[in-house]
Write a protein that binds this ligand. Structure first.
Ligand code: HEC
Length: 111
């Protein structure tokens, strides 16, 4: 009986956690920037691997642009060794949340 109750609770929680539409949530996006902040968010920052690249700042960028860029990396339409791998691991909801967060953070810093 206990298992049934727990399974039921878990399903209810899951149903609540999945939003009705894929609208970006800046608060959820902020929590997901931990995997982006190491490269993005430092003005003038360059990655040293696989070669030296300038890393574009995302803060203040349009949400639609960020989602389009991430989708393009994921589909292979746009290619970059680091970003292709990262975008491949993001769901549509992750992209929408990250885009909503970066679009609302004008300082250019991932705070
Ligand atoms: C290993 C370093 C690294 C990490 C980590 C990283 N990026 Fe990037 N990102 C880059 C580089 C370098 C570019 C520029 C690539 C190019 O020239 O296409 C880039 C480009 C982008 C672009 C396109 C920007 C533009 O102006 O066209 C977006 C959007 C983006 N990254 C989002 C993210 C998000 C969201 C995350 C976290 C989920 C993330 N990146 C994590 C290095 C990184």
């Amino acid at each position: 009986m206990k298992t049934t109750t727990m399974t039921l609770c878990a399903s209810v929680l899951l149903a609540l956690a999945v939003p009705a539409q894929a609208a970006g949530d800046p608060k959820a996006g902020k929590l997901k920037t931990s995997m982006c902040a190491g490269c993005h968010g430092i003005p003038g920052w360059r990655t040293a691997y696989p070669t030296v690249y300038s890393v574009p700042l995302l803060g203040g960028q349009h949400a639609d642009y960020i989602v389009a860029a991430l989708q393009a990396y994921k589909s292979g339409e746009r290619k970059h060794p680091s970003m292709s791998g990262i975008a491949a691991s993001l769901s549509d909801q992750d992209m929408a949340d990250l885009a909503a967060y970066y679009a609302s953070s004008y300082s250019g810093q991932a705070k």
